[in-house]
Design a protein. Sequence first.
Length: 60
Amino acid sequence: MEKAGLQFEWEDIKHDLNALQEVTLEESGRKLAIRTASVGTCGKVFQTIRVAMPPSIRHV
């Protein structure tokens, strides 16, 4: 993160990553996984380490 010029507090990073959740719903035999929106530092952390955010909605 430092090499990318970002200075986030470790507690903020942990809090924001913990806020990222996924819920699985089943309706009429179809399953969907829905994730929460990224908040705070979460999006920048994923971007900096070059990992794609999970899709907002996906079939399971």
